[in-house]
Design a protein around this ligand. Structure first.
Ligand code: DUC
Ligand code: ZN
Ligand code: ZN
Ligand code: ZN
Length: 494
């Protein structure tokens, strides 16, 4: 793979525009985008006629090499990223988990893990406790380390969960730093109660996982987090919106003008919970993730919300465990490590489910899989665009090529795949990352250590025009009631 590449004759797609053009890449960057570019013989030429040339996917939500529930995910930064590249994703943002509550120790551990990187990556950070040290370490993360998004867990009682007092502290701190607060929204106390009830009822199998934490618990925590973010007046990003119930809370807040982002994940969009009832434990256990994959109907609802703009971008929550690890919970669903695959399948499944089915346009596809993520995490147009000067992270997707997903040929280290046997359209035939061809003719050519850390700067567009003064805060607390006076739907009922 030469450092000079010309992609000829494809339809070049950005989030707002598409046209037939050539794309010229040199030295890791996109240099030119226009029809009929002429180049010398030393340039590698790829014919993209009849295909789409798009920004590489950015997965906003992954867990590689994460220690979790007594074990560690089977995909590390190398295998997980190789899988990503084979599926057309050229960047991801992974969640750093603090070590004994220390952000800097957690950060250092992840810098070490990411030395295996073969594609670009960013970091979010989980906040699992709160004190002055955590608060001051957040300053360092944002101002020096380029980590600018912090995830608060309202679930995982006894380990990751924080209470509302600490959530409020965290939200205030995020606001002052221009950092994005993220939330895992399930009511952890109620989940704990739900799990006890299932065990008392003798339901110990994987179906007990879904039954113990139904949509109402996701909706409650989503609503609570959104309302508290509204009280603090800071933007909020809700990760893995898995139910219509939670999505409707996001919709309500956005309609009232609140700065809330909702992220569905591929498993929630395309799967339903039936697998959890499979009599074969090994099959059922692979579907266990949190929040759970929901009953039939939720996926379609989330797809509709995505196509209408109520939800803004698609992640995966890629967090893989093999059958041996899943079997830790053979006699108690509470011990099944939570997580499913998706980093390799996301680009293809969103294409097949949303574009091939006619629900969204190709430009929407680019926005949902790449551009919006780059904007939210403030790295656009370095990432998320096919424009002169942008990083040469590019995919060539063939809309007419269909194929089957199977663990026999996937690139994750996991021995199972939650999408096993699915046949769909839209194959990424070529992936270019950092100006190198890393996936072509079904072959990976990745290089250990070639991936770079991408800093995500504070004060993204979500903070634009957000007045942080005390005066505006106080006036917002006694704003006049709008509902009955201004809302036409209320008026029409009078
Ligand atoms: N949910 C999962 O399924 N895995 C990782 C963490 C999470 O919140
Ligand atoms: Zn143009
Ligand atoms: Zn989560
Ligand atoms: Zn996650």
């Amino acid at each position: 793979s030469s450092s000079k590449i010309l992609i000829k004759g494809g339809t070049v797609v950005n989030a707002h525009h598409q046209e037939v053009a050539d794309v010229y890449v040199d030295n890791g960057l996109i240099v030119e985008v226009k029809p009929n570019i002429k180049v010398s013989d030393d340039v590698t030429v790829i014919d993209a006629t009849g295909k789409f040339v798009m920004p590489g996917g950015i997965d906003p939500h992954t867990h590689l090499a994460m220690e979790f529930m007594g074990t560690e995910t089977i995909d590390d930064f190398f295998s997980g990223q190789a899988a990503a590249l084979a599926g057309g994703t050229t960047m991801h943002i992974d969640f750093v988990i603090p070590v004994n509550g220390s952000l800097s120790l957690g950060y250092e551990a992840y810098v070490e893990k990411a030395k295996k990187a073969c594609m670009d990556y960013g970091f979010h950070m989980a906040i699992t406790k709160w004190d002055e040290k955590v608060a001051s370490e957040m300053d360092i993360m944002v101002k020096e380390k380029g980590v600018n998004s912090f995830k608060f867990f309202l679930a995982y009682k006894g380990s990751l969960m924080i209470n509302d007092e600490l959530l409020l502290e965290g939200l205030k701190k995020c606001k002052s730093l221009g950092a994005l607060a993220m939330v895992h929204a399930e009511n952890g106390d109620a989940v704990f109660e739900g799990q006890k009830r299932m065990i008392e009822l003798g339901i110990t199998g994987p179906e007990g996982h879904a039954l113990s934490r139904p949509p109402v618990l996701e909706a409650e925590a989503t609503a609570r987090a959104i309302r508290l973010a509204g009280f603090v007046n800071t933007p909020l990003y809700v990760v893995h919106v898995m139910s219509i119930d939670a999505m409707e809370e996001v919709a309500r807040a956005r309609k009232s003008g609140q700065r809330v982002v909702g992220e569905p994940v591929v498993s929630g969009l395309v799967l339903d919970d039936s697998g959890l009832w499979d009599p074969d434990f090994n099959v059922a256990a692979k579907y266990v993730m949190s929040p759970p994959i929901r009953a039939t109907g939720h996926g379609k609802g989330l797809q509709a919300a995505l196509s209408m703009g109520t939800l803004q971008l698609v992640g995966t929550d890629h967090c893989t465990f093999n059958s041996t690890q899943k079997a830790f919970g053979m006699h108690d669903f509470r011990k099944i490590p939570n997580g499913v695959n998706g980093i390799e399948e996301r680009m293809h499944l969103v294409w097949d489910t949303m574009v091939a089915s006619g629900q969204i346009s190709v430009t929407d596809y680019v926005r949902l899989t790449s551009t919006e993520c780059a904007r939210i995490f403030n790295i656009y147009p370095k990432k998320g665009a096919i424009l002169p000067g942008s990083d040469a992270d590019i995919i060539i997707l063939n809309p007419n090529s269909s194929f089957e997903i199977t663990s026999r040929s996937h690139h994750s280290r996991s021995d199972t795949n939650v999408y096993e046997g699915r046949i769909g359209k839209g194959k990424v035939e070529v992936t270019i990352a950092g100006g190198r061809i890393v996936w072509e003719n079904n072959e990976l050519k990745v290089e250990l250590g070639s991936g770079k850390f991408i800093k995500t700067p504070p004060f993204s567009y979500l903070f634009e025009g957000l007045d942080k003064s005390d005066a505006s805060y106080i006036s917002s607390l006694r704003a006049p009631v709008k509902r009955f006076n201004d809302n036409p739907s209320y008026n029409s009922q009078q």
